[in-house]
Design a protein around this ligand. Structure first.
Ligand code: ACM
Length: 632
């Protein structure tokens, strides 16, 4: 009986293996050659490395494997271990600084790279070759279901398309404790991102300890506690204590920098000035034009948006560019930032700076006169010019949102293009380096599914749209495009599990935009691999959004008739709908072509099905909602 059970186990393992022969790697590697054999990890497998610098990746692999397998693997200096990490003695020019080769044969696994970054990435790819059970946070038994620590024979050569593969996390609108920040970095590194842009200051909280300006965190890091939709919240009540928030000490920052560096992630700190400075002004109101006493904003509406990106502020959130005190303040801030962060770049923000208070301020008017300009926008150029010199004096390079182009910037400044791609094109044509982060493709804080399901945010961004992004605009010299970045603003993101929900799968899509070869991009192929990673996240108990299963519903007008257009985001889904106020099932009308809707107060209900089973959310839209989305 025991023998029979053993035989069953072997058969089950073999059949699972046959199914697992499809590789579900994200981001897609450059070259893959598959064999027919397998390598099996056992408790006796040895893990070795040829040089001390290779130890970290080897040990990290052992740690990762030990949890789900229950083995007690460790890594040692070796030249012929079963799983071997080798730093190349002679550089392999093809794979550059971050690339690797990974060879799996029935006898063993070899990961080779020119630098430790490549070994780390080869290790991440190796982990993805294992069954999803390898993601388990607890020990998995080898069961009749066929979990077996086997991986397919394969030879992979891989290297990135872009050197800047970033994700930005806004820790001002909501504070994420140190351990959460590490989780975010750990996950992005698994998908071969290498830049963590840390948005450390904004109107809703100053999150970085500045020892020479203690009020920045004593006052600026805390706000009154509020729930509900960010932007619709209530002002502080008289005498109400500011209890929500937090900040990172220098020690925390050093720890996070080290943690990130071990994962080939460099950190770009952002201090967002001269706008978005309400938290700083809550601590030091004398730095604004009005000296108005402000509080750290808990998510109330404090600006009015007039369309086309124009807006006015109800409350001052801008530093005064004509006041020398402001530059003394900034010099203190950037001295500590420059000492803490080894990255050559410091991001100085520069976005959405309201100039209304500047216009009416006598000091700003005098400065404009001195500069010989009638344009208040030129004060931003002056301000950025001062910062540029300040950073250069500290051995750093200025990076800012594309508004920094408006008042003129120095030749060495790098531009992050967010308001579409225009700023990026303009900057690159002027010879600046550019990081592409356009809202339309890279703002992963936007609603990813139907806005009747996912909470309301400023705009919408489907995973497929992110996937289809091409970071090098036509007519631009690719050498100026350093790469790209997904941005996670956290107005509506109160905790790390939800940050994961908003980030993935769109950051998987973007990882392929920034890492993989343009010619290899294919949404249908990616979406199959994405679904395999959904399963891996399920095992790991990590959160992600399954909005790709929800129908995309838009409308058009044909004369005075409303015409319904629907589409699934991924292949293999059928959409069934009703407009007669009954719940749909897979015997309801199937959507095959645009539908001219009858007049009257109809409600659309549409549900995706796969293989006869409902999948994703039921979308319900009344006529007014359908009318609202004409030509979305
Ligand atoms: C931005 O989204 N304000 C850079």
């Amino acid at each position: 009986m025991k023998k029979l059970l053993h035989l069953l186990l072997v058969l089950a393992a073999t059949s699972v293996l046959a199914q697992n022969a499809t590789l579900n790697l994200i981001p897609q590697p450059v070259e893959i050659q598959q064999g027919t054999g397998t390598f099996t990890l056992t408790k006796s497998t040895t893990i070795g490395y040829n040089k001390a610098e290779a130890k970290f990746a080897a040990e990290m692999l052992a740690r990762h494997l030990n949890t789900p397998t229950g083995f007690n693997l460790s890594a040692k200096t070796d030249a012929a271990a079963n799983i071997q990490f080798n730093l190349n003695a002679t550089p392999n020019d093809k794979i550059g600084k971050e690339g690797y080769t990974l060879e799996v044969t029935p006898k063993g696994v070899t990961i080779s790279a020119n630098q430790t970054a490549g070994l780390f990435y080869g290790m991440q790819t190796l982990l993805q070759l294992f069954d999803k059970s390898i993601e388990s946070p607890v020990k998995q038994a080898v069961t009749i279901r066929g979990i077996s620590w086997r991986i397919p024979e394969v030879k992979i050569t891989d290297y990135p398309r872009f050197g800047w593969r970033g994700l930005m996390l806004d820790v001002s609108r909501h504070f994420f404790p140190k351990e959460d920040v590490k989780k975010y970095i750990d996950e992005m590194a698994r998908y071969k991102y290498n830049v963590f842009h840390w948005h450390l200051t904004d109107d809703n909280g100053w999150r970085l300890e500045i020892k020479s300006l203690p009020k920045l965190t004593e006052v600026g890091a805390w706000r009154v506690e509020r729930a509900g939709h960010f932007g619709d919240r209530e002002d502080p009540k008289p005498g109400e204590k500011a209890t929500y928030g937090g900040f990172y000490t220098h020690e925390d920052v050093r720890e996070i920098i080290q943690y990130a560096a071990e994962r080939n992630v460099t950190i770009v700190p952002e201090i967002d000035v001269p706008g978005h400075s309400m938290a700083a002004l809550a601590a030091y109101p004398e730095l604004s034009c009005t000296d108005e006493k402000v509080y750290v904003n808990p998510g109330t509406q404090f600006a009015d948006w007039w369309g086309n990106g124009t807006f006015s502020m109800r409350v001052e959130n801008t530093l005064n560019p004509s006041d020398e005190k402001v530059y003394e303040f900034l010099d203190k801030v950037f001295t500590e930032v420059a000492q803490l962060f080894p990255n050559p770049y410091i991001h100085v923000g520069g976005d959405e700076c309201y100039k209304g208070y500047w216009k009416n301020d006598p000091g700003c008017q005098a400065l404009m006169k001195k500069l010989g300009t009638h344009h208040v926008e030129d004060l931003q150029g002056y301000f950025m010019g001062r910062l540029d010199k300040m950073l250069q004096a500290k051995g750093k390079k200025l990076l800012g949102w594309d508004e920094i182009l408006e008042g003129g910037i120095s030749a060495g400044a790098t531009v992050m293009s967010w308001r579409g791609i225009k700023g990026g094109i303009e900057a690159a044509q002027m010879g600046h380096d550019v990081v592409m982060t356009p809202t339309t493709f890279a703002y992963i804080d936007y609603t990813q599914g139907d806005p009747t399901v996912d909470p309301r945010i400023y705009a919408r961004l489907r995973c497929q749209t992110s996937y289809n992004y091409e970071p090098v605009p036509d007519g631009v010299d690719a050498k100026h495009i350093l790469g790209g970045q997904g941005n996670l603003w956290s107005e509506q993101i109160p905790n790390m599990r939800y940050a994961f929900y908003m980030t993935y799968p769109r950051a998987w899509a973007l990882s392929e935009v920034f890492w993989s070869q343009k010619k290899d991009k294919n949404w249908d192929n990616f979406s199959k691999r994405m679904e395999a990673h959904f399963q891996r996240y399920d095992v790991a108990q990590k959160r992600y959004s399954s909005a790709v299963y929800d129908p995309i519903v838009t409308t058009k007008m044909d004369g005075d008739k409303l015409v319904l257009h629907m589409a699934p985001e991924i292949a293999g889904l059928d959409l069934y709908y009703t407009i007669d106020d009954v719940m749909p099932d897979n015997f309801s009308p199937k959507y095959t072509a645009p539908v001219t809707l009858p007049s009257g107060p109809i409600t659309l209900r549409v549900q995706a099905y796969r293989n006869g089973r409902p999948i994703g959310h039921l979308i319900t839209l009344k006529r007014e909602q359908l009318e609202d989305r004409v030509d979305w």
